[in-house]
Design a binder for this molecule. Structure first.
Ligand code: ZN
Length: 294
């Protein structure tokens, strides 16, 4: 099904600047519904999911990237994992936490995330040991923190804009992101001009209703560019009955007894997508006996 969520990466012909843009309204709304997030939590999670899925453009087959933000604020950890195929999943520690708006329409994401901690990027390259980059949080607003990460940790001066627009009632009305990144050799002047155009264009959460190519054309002005990549993006979890069954076989006898005695069945909840897997008493026993024979 076409959710309308898409991301795009372009570069100018001289390969001095790279722009990535994404519209993620449907996937952030799916995360909100699955996790039952408050408006502030939806905004924080939505920004992280958007950033992660966009960073996924750099991944090769089978790699994944995890964005983990823990600022000691009331939301707890904000975590998003993106795969190379344009899918992303994630959660916040305390999805019900909501803070008063800073002003009307301006959610207090920075206050909810906190600044006493780090933004970490973990790139899992399967066969090799993972790459982990880590910077102290600047504002907890996520976009600013990520710009700091790109500049400091990856030496790519970047403008990062991430936006989630929440409608009255909590539904996600618009979500998206924009990265403008200077390649080695790019002059400060070029970035400065692009920054002006980005600022002029307005908040990203309202821009995402645009056609993304038109958005990039507006930012690039008369600079010729090539589209390097364009793909649909989705919220998708990697959990499955099989994977959860292997968790059931790995639990201790004691944990199983406690769960069965109190609920009459075993319930396993997936943090990433909110799915609940239920195993009856007989099924649980069969799974564990089957595992014991292997
Ligand atoms: Zn799941």
């Amino acid at each position: 099904m076409d959710s309308g969520d898409i991301m795009l990466r372009v570069m100018d012909r001289e390969r001095m600047v790279r722009i990535s843009a994404a519209r993620t309204t449907a996937l952030v709304e799916e995360a909100r519904v699955r996790q039952g997030t408050s408006p502030t939590a939806s905004a924080a999670l939505g920004r992280a999911l958007t950033a992660a899925v966009m960073m996924g453009l750099d991944l090769k087959d089978d790699e994944s990237i995890t964005l983990r933000i823990n600022g000691g604020g009331p939301l707890g950890t904000v975590l998003a994992v993106a795969e190379s195929d344009g899918t992303v999943r994630g959660y916040v520690g305390n999805p019900g936490v909501d803070l008063p708006e800073i002003y009307r329409g301006k959610l207090n994401v920075g206050g909810a995330v906190g600044t006493e901690g780090f933004l970490e990027v973990i790139r899992d390259m399967r066969l090799r040991s993972p790459f982990i980059g880590r910077v102290p949080l600047q504002s907890g607003e996520i976009a600013e923190d990520l710009a700091y990460y790109f500049t400091l940790s990856e030496q790519i001066p970047s403008l990062v804009s991430l936006g989630v627009l929440i409608a009255p009632g909590g539904k996600v009305e618009g979500a998206g992101g924009l990265f403008v990144q200077a390649m080695p050799g790019a002059g400060d002047e070029l970035l400065r001009v692009l920054e002006e155009w980005v600022l002029e264009a307005g908040p990203i959460s309202s821009l995402v209703k645009w056609d993304l190519v038109r958005l990039v054309e507006t930012i690039m002005g008369d600079i010729p560019f090539d589209i390097l990549d364009k793909r649909e993006v989705y919220f998708r979890c990697r959990c499955s009955p099989d994977k959860v069954s292997s968790i059931v076989t790995a639990l201790s006898d004691e944990d199983i007894q406690v769960a069965l005695a109190s609920q009459g069945c075993l319930e396993i909840y997936c943090n990433f997508c909110g799915e609940v897997y239920t195993f009856g008493e007989d099924e649980t026993r069969q799974l564990r006996e089957g595992a014991g024979q292997r």
